[in-house]
Design a protein around this ligand. Structure first.
Ligand SMILES: Nc1ncnc2c1ncn2[C@@H]1O[C@H](COP(=O)(O)OP(=O)(O)OP(=O)(O)O)[C@@H](O)[C@H]1O
Length: 237
């Protein structure tokens, strides 16, 4: 469970998260949505213990993100927007290297994931020779090396083609079915609809909405006849 209470974040005088409250239950796949600059990355970084909130709290399974960073990092995998792997190393070398840094990584487990995610055939290729989609997959698998219960992904499919996006979304859906909690920030309504069970909508630092996919449709009541992507687009505006 991830519970935010009266969360605010200021950069100088600019308040980019304004008194945010929500509780995410275990096993949810939450789409974190909002226009550019809404505060999505900032919120995800605070939950991932990379950045501190200015005031308020976030508890991950009862642990405080400010005080118990180490314990929370065992539970969470964080996938940054940028591809943060070594391009001159092979896929296998990257997994081994980051596996050594991560506690509780197991080569047997990541080999199994590579097979499930169709990366096994690319294990001995240098990352610079992988397709954009496979580089993105590797970026995600590295965040999963310690088998976290919660995966936080900040726009993980930017710049790749539609079929690679669909593969990643399907692989993450399977991961969600293992009972994992996923927070997924994206501007792509199609992939959000396919993957997410609930939505957290931010606008100019305010939490506009948090609830199930069905409720998003009700929330966008003026758009009843429209499809999900249009409804979401209208809410986010
Ligand atoms: N380190 C920082 N210092 C100062 N301002 C920052 C910093 N990081 C983010 N901001 C500002 O905070 C606001 C929220 O940024 P954030 O990156 O969280 O938005 P976002 O919703 O993720 O946007 P995008 O969809 O473009 O990635 C923006 O106005 C941004 O310029």
């Amino acid at each position: 469970m991830i519970a935010a209470e009266n969360l605010t974040k200021k950069f100088g005088r600019k308040e980019v998260l304004k008194n945010i409250n929500f509780t995410i239950q275990k096993g949810e796949t939450v789409g974190v949505v909002g226009p550019n600059g809404a505060g999505k990355s900032t919120l995800l970084r605070i939950i991932a213990t990379i950045m501190n909130a200015t005031t308020g709290t976030v508890a991950v399974d009862g642990l405080d993100v400010k005080k118990e960073k180490k314990a929370i990092r065992q539970k969470i995998g964080y996938v940054p927007q940028e591809i943060a792997v070594y391009h001159e190393l092979t896929t296998r070398e990257n997994l081994r290297f980051f596996g050594k840094l991560a506690k509780h990584s197991s080569e047997e487990r990541w080999m199994k994931r590579c097979e499930e995610w169709r990366l096994a055939e690319h294990l001995d290729k240098k990352v610079k020779h992988l397709s954009g989609g496979n580089q993105r997959k590797l970026n995600i698998l590295i965040a999963m090396l310690h088998d976290p219960d919660i995966l936080i992904l900040d726009e993980p499919t930017v710049g790749i083609d539609i079929s690679a996006k669909q593969e990643i979304v399907n692989d993450l859906r399977e991961f969600g079915r293992e009972g994992k909690t996923i927070l997924y920030s994206s501007h792509d309504a199609q992939e959000l609809e396919t993957l997410c069970t609930s939505f957290l909508i931010l606008k100019e630092g305010e939490l506009l909405f948090y609830g199930s996919k069905q409720k998003v449709r009700q929330f966008g009541s003026i758009a009843q006849s429209k499809n999900f992507a249009e409804t979401l687009g209208e809410i986010v505006g």
